[in-house]
Design a protein around this ligand. Structure first.
Ligand code: AHM
Ligand code: MG
Length: 315
């Protein structure tokens, strides 16, 4: 199954080390996209009858995507362990437990869109292990701030299949070309507009938001007159925000008191891409990339987007 993205090797200090891993993400994306396309014919839509560590119902496609992603990371030979939204514990790849890198992943983000044929995504980041290669990788290896991330990105399963990523040297977008089964560079050096026309949030939660965010959003709306767009899949909302500008937010609320989105495999990868594209990624009074992680499945409030719009929202 070919993927290209050969230009990654020439990017920054980490491009050549990261290329095999990102090509593995590309292979996983191609396989997951095929499974998504055929899911209705195989009875693969709907619940898997299990819960993930967050107590959320797993969909059959969540579980399949997780398996595909893990297999492709194993096949690179460069990944010693994977921390996944769908797995309570760190998954050590026994054959390569001496390898240098760990990958954090949300294999199928926005899975509530699956039953309505809406967009979904995969989000990932790569860190270098802190433990010695002679030891078994440990969950502490995953607890690194966004400043330590070496590569990150996302796959968008939309009308086309896109992989957007950064190895710390700007952001590039690759679109899968079904005519030659390759990802081709389609969006070189993505820069987020300094200001955009949309805010993106599940506003039905506004009365429950903490940190005065309801009043802050009202204030921003009255001052800027932004329109609203919300897909309910972070990858799709992030992708629109990245290309068109604006702000995406998921604040803490009285049910999700530390926020809903997961730090290590949602907020940090998206924050890394956003900063690499010239935008802002904030949490509560701190940059997302400056948060020191405490747990694999930790959640945080998230405010991402164009500099002007994030500043107008957070004041
Ligand atoms: P998931 O990883 O279980 O799919 O949950 C994360 C998703 C994000 O993609 C999206 O931004 C958010 O949850 C939507 O939440 P809500 O339905 O509360 O608006
Ligand atoms: Mg998710």
């Amino acid at each position: 199954m070919p993927t290209t993205m050969n230009n990654i090797a020439k990017q920054g200090a980490n491009g050549s080390a990261m290329m095999p891993i990102i090509q593995g993400v590309g292979r996983a994306a191609i396989e997951i996209a095929a499974v998504l396309r055929g899911a209705v014919f195989r009875g693969a839509l709907g619940g898997a009858g299990s819960e993930n560590v967050q107590g959320e119902q797993q969909q059959v496609l969540d579980v399949l995507s997780d398996e595909i992603f893990l297999d492709e990371m194993r096949s690179t030979g460069f990944v010693c362990a994977v921390g996944s939204e769908e797995q309570e514990e760190l998954l050590v790849i026994e054959e390569y437990s001496h390898a240098d890198y760990l990958v954090l992943v949300d294999p199928l983000d926005g899975s509530s869109n699956l039953d309505v044929d809406g967009p979904v995504g995969t989000i990932f980041s790569v860190v270098k292990r802190k433990t010695s290669n002679a030891e078994r990788p440990h969950v502490s290896d995953t607890l690194q701030s966004g400043q330590e991330v070496i590569a990150a990105g996302y796959v968008l399963y939309g009308p086309s299949l896109m992989l957007v990523c950064s190895v710390g040297d700007g952001v590039n977008g690759y679109t899968f070309n079904p005519n030659n089964a390759r990802f081709e560079l389609s969006h070189g050096d993505i820069r987020i507009p300094e200001t955009g026309g949309y805010y993106s949030v599940n506003e039905s939660n506004k009365d429950k938001w903490l940190d005065g965010m309801g009043a802050k959003l009202d204030n921003m709306k009255s001052e800027t007159g932004l329109g609203m767009r919300y897909v309910g899949a972070m990858v799709a909302d992030m992708h629109r925000t990245l290309l068109k500008g604006g702000v995406f937010l998921y604040p803490a609320d009285d049910k999700n008191t530390t926020g809903k989105l997961r730090l290590l495999y949602e907020a940090i990868p998206m924050g890394f891409v956003m900063e690499q594209a010239g935008g802002k990624a904030m949490s509560c009074g701190i940059k997302v990339l400056d948060i020191e992680p405490e747990a694999l499945h930790q959640r945080v409030p998230v405010y991402l987007g164009s500099n002007t719009n994030v500043d107008a929202l957070l004041g």
